[in-house]
Design a protein around this ligand. Structure first.
Ligand code: MTE
Ligand code: MOS
Length: 767
């Protein structure tokens, strides 16, 4: 038997040098054919209104304008909703959010196009908007019917429990803020075909949506994506409207059109992370073990379902995080509001669900005057019993004790906690806090059919170089690098002989979005399967020609070793070509084992879980609410990491993005629905100076995926973001030190300076 070996090779991202030198081509860098036009979008200044008249006379006459498109120009489907309708490209009668696109222009320059759209005269009859979750709940305004999940008899158990707590909690929205904003570039071809370059995580759905909009066949639309400058979920569906409008303009003008959004317009038009509001009641014993839990979980979905169904179900699937919840009732409400349609964002609802339970456990600990670390550990899923989730899945890969316990040690949690207490006794205005939080995050798309991927691999006969194409989108997370590493190992070739080429719908069709952290798991496996078919062709050929027994071979160091016969890879390839052997193949992969019944909410929605834990220590200024992360220690499970350098980047980056979500990034809407935070001047994302002063990140040494996943790796796409929960609870710990310890401070996320100050004031008042 061939011994199992793993790649664990730190190497730079395949485009690292190009990223930093500016030679990496993003959509806006593609050379423009002569005659290219530039687009801009005119959007609604009302959040809820009947459209009386759209007068574009002055827009059309504006300098440099070549064409204008409105809903009248759409002959096919006027909607970009991925699962349900509800996201019109241009609404006909009614606007539903401030920023909703109404028309677009193509002009001779981007500047002229942007100037022109401002000249529209639109008359509306205003309607009353619903902006806040609580208002939507009151008015029963929902985008979809929410699920109710139940295990055991929580109501009775809570009533009988020795201890009870009740409360409310919210986590905030978040703008994706990728370095590269939304952009599309469309070039008309013969026969009304279109080549579409789009900064998207989902080329196949872009293709479908454009085809439906134009009433054309899918085979007339080719979507190409070499890389995107970050997506974070914000280009899983939110890119569609730009690609659609850009194609509409290209069709009308019969010229290439580029539509690159200005940052403000980008933020105003597109959907963001769902903010969540929860009400809970929990019953627990003297030791702080949760016995019964009842939660009402509501999210702001914006105007349409978009991906809200799946996001809310992921929140429900992660309401347990790493904890065993024997009796549970959760009612979920998907609130329809007059705001842009909330969408995918790293964590996809999972993190929002996890924050609910973490906050409850924190409050339980404080009410019992116990260290939250102890209560957390005591509620963990166990290995032999108490290991079935509330959705009926048995947890078979639990390593949370190992990770949590070794982090407690390596971070010196106990002694640093004492240090924090001492510091707080000595200091009146500055207070420190420390917290440890666990992460358990399920991997697979919860929509079963999305767990498939395809690949196309060619080996060229003259030099044995390898061309790989898959459905994976390179968004900075390093999937092209990791796929090339997997292929290079599979063929025993040096990394530089493998080229992963731009993702395009005419090479690999029917792809899923690069999302759910599953990109390399799925597409890497499909690429390996394609390579294995070519290897099989080679094996059959060698076996027959050289009359050897076994067609299997070992591919390593540029050699192909059959039992009794060895070849240099290049010579074998040449020889195979001359003997008319196919050196190209597609490959396909589907995730095994998973199944999930949405109605009963039971099954095995995930192939495996990712685990991690983090300790954060913070300091707050009780006079200003300012806060700073002093030290972060993380141990995170990446299985057998394909590329530990890239995984480390994902773990650090995810953490910082999570810390931004929980401490400083605050999306605000006025009561009339106008978003006020649409540029970096009013919306603060973490800067270099917000990085923890000490940042110790370790990939879990003994990590190995139990399931059959490429290289026995575990993805690091989304799960590390949730390590940032420790920052929020460290801040809460610091606030708690200003009052009686057993009185839990009330603070919602994001813990901005204002909220920290208010929380301290409330504690003072209750003293
Ligand atoms: N990392 C970078 N640099 N840029 C991104 O846009 N997106 C995140 C995460 N890490 C993102 C990122 C999100 S939301 C997901 S789902 C995963 O990467 C997608 O990639 P993966 O499936 O290869 O992990
Ligand atoms: Mo990630 S939110 O699944 O694109």
């Amino acid at each position: 038997m061939i011994k199992e070996t793993f790649i664990q090779e730190k190497r730079p991202h395949e485009s690292a040098t190009k990223h930093v030198s500016g030679y990496a081509l993003y959509t806006d860098d593609i050379s423009e054919p002569e005659g290219t036009l530039y687009g801009a979008i005119g959007w609604s200044k009302k959040s809820h209104a009947i459209i009386r008249k759209i007068n574009l006379d002055k827009v059309i006459k504006s300098e440099g304008v070549v064409a204008v498109v409105t809903s009248e120009d759409i002959t096919g489907r006027n909607d970009v909703g991925p699962v349900y309708d509800g996201d019109p490209i241009f609404p006909k009668n009614k606007v539903e959010y401030f920023g909703q696109p109404l028309f677009a222009v193509a002009a001779k320059s981007t500047e002229l196009a942007r100037k022109a759209v401002l000249k529209a005269k639109i008359t509306y009859t205003k309607l009353k908007p619903i902006i806040e979750i609580k208002d939507a709940l009151k008015k029963k305004s929902f985008v979809l019917k929410g699920q109710v999940i139940k295990r055991g008899d929580p109501i009775l158990i809570i009533r009988k429990a020795a201890n009870r707590l009740k409360g409310e909690f919210t986590t905030g929205s978040q703008e994706h803020f990728p370095l590269e904003g939304q952009v599309s570039f469309v070039i008309p071809q013969e026969d009304d075909d279109f080549t579409v370059y789009s900064s998207t995580q989902h080329p196949s759905e872009t293709q479908q949506i454009i085809a439906k909009m134009l009433n054309q066949k899918s085979n007339s639309i080719n979507v190409i994506v070499r890389r995107i400058g970050g997506g974070f979920g914000g280009k899983e569906t939110q890119s569609f409207i730009f690609a659609a409008i850009c194609t509409l303009l290209a069709k009308k003008t019969k010229r290439p059109v580029k539509l690159r959004m200005d940052r403000d317009d980008d933020i105003i038009i597109t959907g963001k992370r769902h903010d969540f509001y929860s009400e809970y009641e929990v019953g627990f014993d003297e030791l702080g073990v949760i016995e019964g839990l009842n939660i009402k979980l509501s999210s702001r979905c914006g105007i349409s379902p978009d991906l809200s169904g799946a996001i809310n179900s992921r929140a429900l699937l992660h309401i347990d995080n790493a904890y065993y919840l024997p009796n549970l009732l959760v009612e979920n409400f998907l609130c329809k509001t007059n705001t842009s349609s909330s969408t995918a964002f790293r964590g996809f609802g999972g993190n929002q669900g996890m924050m609910v339970i973490e906050n409850i456990i924190d409050n339980i600990s404080r009410s019992l005057n116990k260290d939250p670390a102890e209560i957390r550990r005591r509620n963990f899923y166990q290995k032999e019993k108490k290991n079935i989730t509330h959705y009926g899945m048995k947890i078979e890969d639990n390593v949370i004790y190992e990770i949590f316990d070794s982090l407690m040690k390596s971070s010196n949690y106990k002694s640093r906690q004492l240090g924090v207490k001492k510091f707080n006794l000595k200091n009146k205005y500055l207070k420190k806090g420390i917290a440890i939080t666990p992460v358990k995050f399920g991997i697979s798309f919860t929509t079963w059919h999305l767990n498939q991927a395809g690949a196309l691999v060619h080996i060229y006969c003259n030099d044995g170089s390898v061309h790989v194409n898959t459905g994976a989108i390179e968004m900075g997370q390093g999937t092209y690098t990791k796929i090339a590493q997997l292929v290079s190992k599979e063929l025993g070739l040096p990394f530089d002989k493998i080229k992963v080429s731009a993702t395009r719908t005419d090479k690999v069709p029917n792809t899923s979005a690069s999302a759910a952290s599953s990109t390399t798991d799925l597409n890497g496996a499909a690429a390996i399967n394609a390579v294995r078919i070519i290897k099989q062709n080679l094996g059959v050929f060698v076996k027959k020609k050289y009359k050897i027994k076994n067609s299997e071979a070992i591919y390593e160091n540029g050699l192909v070793k059959f039992k009794g016969k060895s070849f240099r890879f290049n010579s074998l390839i040449k020889e195979a070509y001359l003997n008319r052997v196919s050196l190209s193949s597609s490959g396909f992969y589907t995730t095994p084992k998973i199944h999930f019944n949405r109605k009963t909410f039971l099954g095995r929605p995930f192939l495996y879980f990712c685990y991690g834990a983090a300790v954060s220590e913070v300091i707050i200024d009780t006079m200003t609410g300012e806060n700073k992360i002093l030290q972060v220690d993380i141990i995170h499970d990446a299985g057998k990491a394909i590329n530990p350098a890239i995984e480390l980047g994902q773990i650090e980056g995810g953490f910082v993005q999570g810390a931004g979500w929980l401490t400083m990034e605050e999306v605000n809407w006025k009561s009339n629905g106008e978003i006020t935070t649409h540029s970096p001047s009013t919306y603060k994302i973490p800067a270099v100076s917000d990085m923890p002063e000490k940042f110790n990140v370790e990939i879990y040494k003994y990590g190995k995926n139990k399931e059959n996943v490429v290289n026995k790796s575990k993805t690091t796409g989304e799960p590390p973001l949730m390590n940032a929960m420790s920052v929020f609870f460290a801040i809460k710990d610091a606030i708690a030190s200003t009052g009686n310890y057993d009185k839990a401070p009330i603070i919602n996320a994001p813990a901005t300076p204002e909220k920290i100050l208010m929380s301290i004031k409330n504690l003072e008042r209750n003293l």
